[in-house]
Design a protein around this ligand. Sequence first.
Ligand code: ATP
Length: 199
Amino acid sequence: MRLISLELNGFKSFAQKTKIEFMPGMTGIVGPNGSGKSNIIEAIRWVMGEQSAKDLRGNKMADVIFAGSDTRKPLNRAEVAITFDNQDHYLNSDYSEIKITRKLYRTGESQYLINGQECRLKDVLDLFMDSGLGRESFSIISQGRVEAIFNGKPTDRRAVIEEVAGVAKYKKNKTTAEKRLADTTDNLHRVGDIISELE
Ligand code: ATP
């Protein structure tokens, strides 16, 4: 799986349709302060389903829509599309190329598409589940988050390491299984009570 391109249209400072193509290997994005480097990373998180306006440095989600400049009027819609090469089917999909699109209008209306087909946010999140990508993963680390990890409590840091190592998923599964086991034990006791009442 490989990131092929990112298209931004009306997202934050990207008023004009802008397509960034990623070549194989490492990519660095450089530019003066305030030129939109962080906005590119935020566009990636947004199109992959980010729901927190605060984590995108805004107060409300509509803050991602181009708000106007000295020379341009504000826009009414933000649109971001991200395309992955999925020939190795690393993402759980039959498609060998996957394009995810997210649109948001000032009216509040929003839309997600996978390869041009309208879908739910859940479908986008499911696509990235267990892939190491996605909004909750550590594949995208903001400057603030690095500081939070360094300044965090040892238990918080351990949680980060467990998440990265893939242990967290099994811990969650274990908790769910333990709860199910406890519920089943309760049910068994109840059935035992009923049987002894009947006897
Ligand atoms: P630095 O190197 O200082 O971290 P950067 O290159 O990462 O900067 P960004 O933080 O991505 O820059 O971009 C900030 C710019 O984006 C600011 O000029 C800000 O006004 C602009 N911006 C953010 N949201 C919007 C919006 N909704 N509409 C228009 N411009 C916006």
